[in-house]
Design a protein around this ligand. Structure first.
Ligand SMILES: NC(=O)c1ccc[n+]([C@@H]2O[C@H](COP(=O)([O-])OP(=O)(O)OC[C@H]3O[C@@H](n4cnc5c(N)ncnc54)[C@H](OP(=O)(O)O)[C@@H]3O)[C@@H](O)[C@H]2O)c1
Length: 239
């Protein structure tokens, strides 16, 4: 990259988000860790600072429009502009086993609404806050961390709330990419695979490093890179 880019990673205090923040900072991107708990964000930043990296931390709860507005304002104030947004924050309510067993008939409406608010409306709130600045700069890379559980082509049962939220996130990716057109603002979805984190659990097959690779690639796409796609390991996959 010719110039120093700036990034905001939501849910950057642990798991895949922290690894994405680490790898962005390592390649010289000025990186903001968004954390809904400031103290957890500071602890994550301290970990990166011990490695010689210099992230900043902003309090950011993607379910709060006020928190989103204030976090983006802080990043713009500190960095001057925002080039990269990684919509990583997400929830899977209950245990993995519980969510897997959560069918259309057993899922509660409260669970569906809370999951959509965090996993789908949250990224929309973020996009509404950052896209005007990206449009002004004529540059933007938005990475929506989705899931193969949101893939219509492979859709199965269980995980009802989570599946709905990630399929809708993919729809948001395509809508936003179409709205932005073929210019230099690129919006893509990715599946990280099944990853060893608090959400994925210890038996997951992939590391956060493997999961972060596609996010970093999409966050740093050249001007002729893709937009409006769904990727796994840097390869296009079916919706
Ligand atoms: N792990 C997997 O196998 C897997 C597979 C497919 C997709 N994904 C997706 O990858 C992304 C990251 O997952 P992960 O495995 O790293 O999960 P994780 O370890 O559970 O981390 C989730 C992160 O999101 C944050 N978060 C949750 N709700 C938030 C909110 N309302 N506002 C701001 N931050 C919020 C959490 O903050 P707190 O620390 O405050 O809770 C945490 O930083 C998610 O979107 C997930 O759906 C994961």
């Amino acid at each position: 990259m010719a110039e120093t880019r700036t990034a905001l990673v939501t849910g950057g205090n642990r798991g895949i988000g922290l690894e994405v923040a680490r790898q962005l900072a390592r390649i010289g991107v000025m990186t903001a860790i968004g954390a809904r708990d400031q103290a957890k964000g500071e602890a994550a930043a301290a970990e990166l600072r011990a490695e010689g990296l210099e992230p900043i931390v902003v309090q950011l709860d993607v379910t709060s429009s006020e928190s989103v507005r204030s976090a983006v304002e802080q990043v713009l104030h500190l960095f001057g502009r925002l080039d990269i947004l990684v919509n990583n924050a997400g929830i899977l309510k209950g245990s993995t086993e519980g969510a897997a067993a959560s069918s259309v008939t057993s899922v509660t409406i409260d669970e569906v609404q809370a999951t959509l608010d965090a996993n789908t409306v949250g990224p929309l709130r973020m996009m509404q806050a950052v896209l005007p600045c990206m449009a002004k700069e004529g540059y933007g890379r938005i990475v929506n961390v989705s899931s193969d559980l949101g893939q219509l082509a492979e859709m199965g049962g269980g995980f009802t709330a989570y599946r709905l939220s990630k399929t809708a996130l993919n729809a948001l990716t395509r809508t936003a990419a179409a709205d932005m057109g073929q210019g230099n603002i690129k919006v893509n979805s990715m599946s990280p695979g099944w990853v060893k984190t608090e959400m994925g659990g210890p038996n997951a097959s992939r590391t956060v490093e493997e999961a972060a690779e596609t996010a970093i690639w999409l966050a740093t796409l050249d001007e002729d890179g893709p937009t409006g796609g769904f990727f796994y390991d840097n390869k296009l996959i079916a919706w």
